[in-house]
Design a protein around this ligand. Sequence first.
Ligand code: HPA
Length: 268
Amino acid sequence: MSNVTTALDIIASKAPGFKADVAIVLGSGLGGVVDAIRDAIKIDYKDLPGFPVPTVHGHGGQLVLGQIGSVSVAVMQGRAHYYEHARSDLMAEPLETLRDLGADQLILTNAAGSLLPDATPGNLMLITDHISMFGPNPLIGYRGDDRFVGMDVPYDPQIGSGLHAAASELGIKLFEGTYCWCTGPSFETPAEIKMLKVLGADAVGMSTVPECILARRLGFKVAGVSNITNMAAGMSATPLSHEQTLEMSKEGSANLIRILVHYFSRSA
Ligand code: HPA
């Protein structure tokens, strides 16, 4: 037996017998989702080998285990981004840990800029597809044929329709569209946004796509929701900044919490 302590060992000691149904990754300004978790057990990433300690303001850095409705959830409050360490595979070990806890669904959330004129700040967008061309694929360097992950259905239509149903029962508009991953950390230019529009992007952000690719290799069913915090560069007069992202995340975040809680109580 190996005497290396893993994240799973630590979790087993702090939350004996805990099994997850669903894993969730929370993006900038979305940490409030954890307030909806009952019997929450919180473990700092710094105590979990392989978990990335976030360097971004607004990203909590805790794994939270507990229940929403009757669903057992493992929630990552905060993530690692490619732009922090120039590595796109930093979420590989945490996602493996979440899978080993039993989760087979993964809900990825993020803050994003909108290219859809009607999806204004405060709105939410279900991610139905993505564009990943600007940063390295997180599976580069993996060995084995399972690195050739099929990405023809990156986001699970069944979870998507469950989230749509939950949103419409609550009277919350849920847009849908294609999310484009740009590496950041600088925001895009107006010319880049015009180009991305031609390429088919509906929202733009700095995360989620590498996690979706890693998660599909691990067999997760994946869903993604963008919290629209701003119109993409050149589409509004408001200058883009991280402070604005955090400030504008509040309305969408409150609605996303309501949708998730309702989704989990519906799927019980
Ligand atoms: N671009 C990239 N990432 C973002 C944006 C944006 O406009 N808004 C929030 N995250």
